[in-house]
Design a protein around this ligand. Sequence first.
Ligand code: GLY
Length: 568
Amino acid sequence: MRPSPSPDSRLILHRVTLLIAFFAAIFSPVPSFAADSPANRSAAGTHGMVVSESDDAAHAGVEILKQGGNAVDAAVATALAVGVANPASCGIGGGGFMLIYLAKKHAFYALDYRETAPLMAHPDMYLRNGKPDPSLSKDGILAVAVPGEIAGIDAALRRFGTMKFQQIAAPAEKLADNGFAVNPHLADEIAHTLPKLSADPGMREVFVKPDGSPAKAGETIYAKKLAATLKKLGDDPVANFYHGEIAAQIVSFMKEHGGLITANDLTNYRPIWRNPIKRQYRGYEVYAMPPPSSGGVVLEMLGMLDTGQLAGLGVNSPPYLARLIEVMRQGFIDRAQYADPAFVGVEIGKLLSDQHIAELRERALHRKAPADAPAAHDHGTTNLLVADKDGNVVALTTTTNTVFGALMSVPSLGLLLNDEMDDFAIAPGVPNAYHLAGERANEIRPGKRPLSSMTPIIVTKNDRPVMTTGGSGGPTIISGVLQVTLNILDFHLDAAQAVDEPRIHEQAVPDVVIVEEAMPAATRTALEQMGYKLRLVPSLGAVGALTMEPGNYRGASDQRKGGGAVGY
Ligand code: GLY
């Protein structure tokens, strides 16, 4: 029997309260999302675990763990391999965030290797005849920000790794050189972007067959030029990528195509070690990436929910979802205050304070009239999770932004270029690829990092990590990470069940609740009866999960995008 609403149910619209009896009558447990899961979509391990959106990459990470590497070594190997096997999502032309827990020191580290705006970039760079042209920040040479991937993984390895770069890059090089089977997700992305891929000589060579048709799921493709580039990085990848011959080729490509990135941009690029942020949630400590990540937004949302037992409402019950919607809306409104802290004073302490979060909870009682807008289709970005035998944990999210980034490559290097400039506000109020409206705090400045939705998190209890999660899919990362975390912490689902549960997404603007089709019809009807405007989508992003007890690791990749969990 469903318990009566707790006092904090003020969060729920009063209509919800009136309808609870009705919901109780129609509510039944939500079925699992994935019907035909491959055997390795979830796994158990006693010594370690790698969860990745690419099965090949998860195996690459475990190969490194088995060779004696630690979680940082394995995370880097996985990141490089997923850049080969899921090139629509990420790669050495992109950048990301790495959240690291070192068991021996019981310490957390946050590494920001997000791309930066080139030094020649400026707030008006996408205005044409006085009007913003959003296409310019999404596709083509002007969309490209200075890549941070190689500098980031090198910094992590130098500080915490145990192996040389070439040993760690070997599985990725093998995949690129010997070929790999196109997974269904990649096949889909190739098919969707075929005309653009065909127009780019470098991408055509890899993803398009000589007769002009797209590489299909299960077929083997080769990324020989990328393999050669990975080899050329040697054991000093920063010197070679940002200063040496590879840098020269990138700069000359930029010049030839009217791009902004110069040799100066590359030599000046630095990853940044930042202080992780954290907040209590029901006796757990949740650690997240600070700005320019949106990790703080997830912590704010958890803070708003930290007033009672969600479990009593039932996983994915209409009252629970109504509460989530209101909390997500407030969190996304606050997201506008997040940006690169080197350029904007983000008051993260205030945003995460009890007082501010109590105010947000109050505001969640009021809402604007829903507006309509399309849901963004995006499968860019990737997340991976690693735990090793010593209890070290890495949660890493990396991206080239939207599918196949700028849809341009440096052919001689097999280097796919990012379109991370689109994560900036190209003009106030102008939405980006994810329908996130532009805000002043996130306007373009030379050398600035765009605000990101990537939010890898690690959760501890009694000073020991108990779970980690992260995802891909633009702003749905924030809502997905929140829901998977609650599924584990409040509803006690295992990693696979937590990931499989259907999800919702609400980002305040547009004020429409995006709901996965797998959400039961009765639940959707109940939400509509509360006054929510719903938009159905086949799936929302991809979120992986890894739970940890001593000697018992459980991992699950998200079959919305594929991939695998490999334990050992
Ligand atoms: N490029 C996706 C994100 O960082 O949010």
